[in-house]
Design a protein around this ligand. Structure first.
Ligand code: E4P
Length: 217
């Protein structure tokens, strides 16, 4: 199981990365914008989250054409060997992804909504495909079913491409995805925090601490 943090808010990422529970950080241009992070800030951001404990950082390429996405992806991958380049499941994104994979760049095909897009990601040799669970549901489809079919299809063809589920809205989503064999999931910060907030567990831990108050080995 690899859990990721879906944010570019460095000060909020650092304590969560310090738990050792989260494998990496995923971002997209909207998350960068929300965090007030421009392109010039990406090298420092990548260094900081890796230094804070992330083992991977996902940065999304931008540019109107396959060529521009490819060149942007090369620049992003050049920041650190632990950068995974995200590209949308579009004609241009997939075209750039195939070229980047041939250059040894690790790639995640993102903004996937339908099962066949997982097969396109596999066809270009992407390491990951990122279906947007919440947005799939928002569109009126069954996100769990769509992602379940993606997982089944990739396993059925023995693909190395793995699912990194995104647009997750609740802790229940995490469990439901894991039940469908999805073991890479990226979480918005508010969902990540909810993983640690089970009241009954907190009360039991408080009682344990109280019982040992003042004790020392
Ligand atoms: C991952 O980084 C995705 O880009 C992100 O989860 C998009 O989904 P959301 O905007 O619905 O959260």
């Amino acid at each position: 199981m690899r859990l990721y943090l879906d944010s570019a808010r460095l000060s909020e990422l650092e304590p969560l990365l310090g738990t050792g529970v989260f494998y990496g950080v995923t971002t997209n241009p909207l998350l960068l914008q929300e965090a007030g992070l421009g392109a010039a800030g990406l090298p420092g951001f990548a260094r900081a989250v890796l230094q804070a404990g992330a083992k991977e950082v996902y940065l999304q390429a931008w540019g109107g054409s396959a060529e521009a996405l490819y060149r942007c992806g090369l620049s992003l991958a050049g920041l650190d060997g632990r950068v995974v380049v995200k590209l949308p499941a579009t004609w241009e994104g997939l075209g750039a992804a195939g070229r980047l994979v041939l250059e040894g760049v690790r790639v995640c095909i993102t903004a996937a909504y339908l099962p066949h897009q997982a097969l396109l990601a596999s066809a270009v040799g992407a390491d990951f495909v990122a279906p947007y669970l919440g947005r799939i549901n928002d569109s009126g489809q069954d996100g769990y079913a769509a992602i379940g079919r993606m997982s089944e299809s990739l396993r059925g063809i023995g693909s190395k491409t793995e699912i990194l589920a995104a647009s997750v809205r609740s802790v229940a989503d995490v469990v439901a995805l894991a039940q469908r064999g999805v073991c890479h999931i990226t979480l918005p910060l508010q969902v990540a925090h909810r993983l640690f907030q089970e009241p009954l567990t907190l009360e039991a831990a408080r009682q344990f601490e109280q019982a040992m108050e003042g004790a020392s080995l």
